[in-house]
Design a protein around this ligand. Structure first.
Ligand code: HEC
Ligand code: HEC
Ligand code: HEC
Length: 207
């Protein structure tokens, strides 16, 4: 009985202690996507539905994410591994900046600290998507808290909408206080600010 209780007590902890930097899931775990006709989004009576590729076929080769996460694809890894190569820009003179700068956010009470990675964001987003409307460009300079996030502010503008959901606490709260060495806030290295990491051709409108 006591053993069972310990199991129950520790289960959430072990379930959470996943390294967020690693691709999730194992090869043996099958992911299941609903066919388009049964996903509740598409009209099953639409005769053109057969023209669309089924998600099970389209997404099966992408890096895995948890079944609890949207379409079960780890999009950051898909980009890193070159599985997808989205266009960086439409207009040839658009300047692309990928910033490799992590911010350690320490106002997390009993939770592990938040490691905000600029790199994983600026590979998809422009600086102006966040600065300065959502976040002032200063580590610790924004009154971010979980209530505001859950109300759709700050990180909650995207997470739970177009990026992984807020139920994945550990993916944001990924930095244990105990093992952290150094200063909170903006981290020096490994990457330097403004270092472009994407090797992509700039595609002009007429090409
Ligand atoms: C999208 C990223 C993200 C996710 C997911 C997330 N948090 Fe947070 N959380 C934050 C940020 C950012 C802060 C504020 C950190 C700061 O200002 O230093 C925070 C702060 C907190 C705090 C500190 C007190 C407060 O109210 O702000 C707690 C407790 C907390 N989160 C718990 C959770 C729990 C539990 C979950 C999962 C249900 C969760 N968080 C999911 C980003 C996230
Ligand atoms: C997804 C949102 C997001 C995007 C996109 C983004 N940032 Fe940030 N940035 C943040 C957050 C969050 C912080 C930390 C704010 C805090 O701690 O309150 C921050 C902080 C900063 C800081 C302050 C560092 C310090 O030393 O205090 C700089 C500089 C910065 N960002 C530059 C940029 C640049 C340049 C780009 C584009 C290449 C960019 N950011 C794109 C969210 C973003
Ligand atoms: C403007 C939209 C936007 C905002 C604001 C935003 N994110 Fe994200 N975030 C994304 C997108 C898009 C991705 C990539 C898709 C995914 O992983 O779901 C992402 C991915 C991440 C990842 C995963 C990195 C990886 O290596 O897998 C973390 C961690 C993260 N965000 C934390 C945060 C935190 C913490 C905040 C607030 C301080 C925040 N994000 C604010 C859009 C945003």
């Amino acid at each position: 009985m006591r053993y069972l209780l310990i199991m129950i007590l520790f289960f959430p902890v072990t379930a959470w202690s996943v390294d967020p930097s690693q691709p999730q899931g194992s090869a043996s775990e099958a992911r299941i996507w609903k066919p388009l006709a049964a996903d509740g989004l598409h009209d099953p009576g639409n005769p053109a539905l057969v023209e669309l590729q089924q998600p099970g076929e389209a997404m099966a080769m992408f890096p895995k994410d948890f079944a609890t996460i949207g379409n079960q694809v780890d999009w950051v890894r898909a980009l890193e591994q070159g599985v997808i190569v989205p266009r960086t820009n439409i207009f040839p003179d658009t300047r692309i900046e990928v910033l490799d700068l992590d911010i350690i956010m320490d106002q997390t009470s009993q939770m592990p600290m938040v490691r905000f990675p600029h790199k994983a964001h600026t590979q998809w987003l422009d600086c102006v998507n966040c600065h300065d409307k959502i976040f002032k460009k200063k580590a610790g300079g924004n009154p971010v808290n979980m209530f505001a996030i859950l109300s759709g502010e700050y990180c909650g503008r995207c997470h739970g909408a177009v990026a992984f959901p807020l139920t994945e606490c550990r993916r944001c709260h990924s930095q244990a206080r105990r093992t952290f060495v150094g200063q909170y806030g903006a981290q020096e290295g490994p990457g330097k600010p403004f270092k472009p990491v994407m090797k992509q051709e700039i595609i002009g409108l007429n090409e």
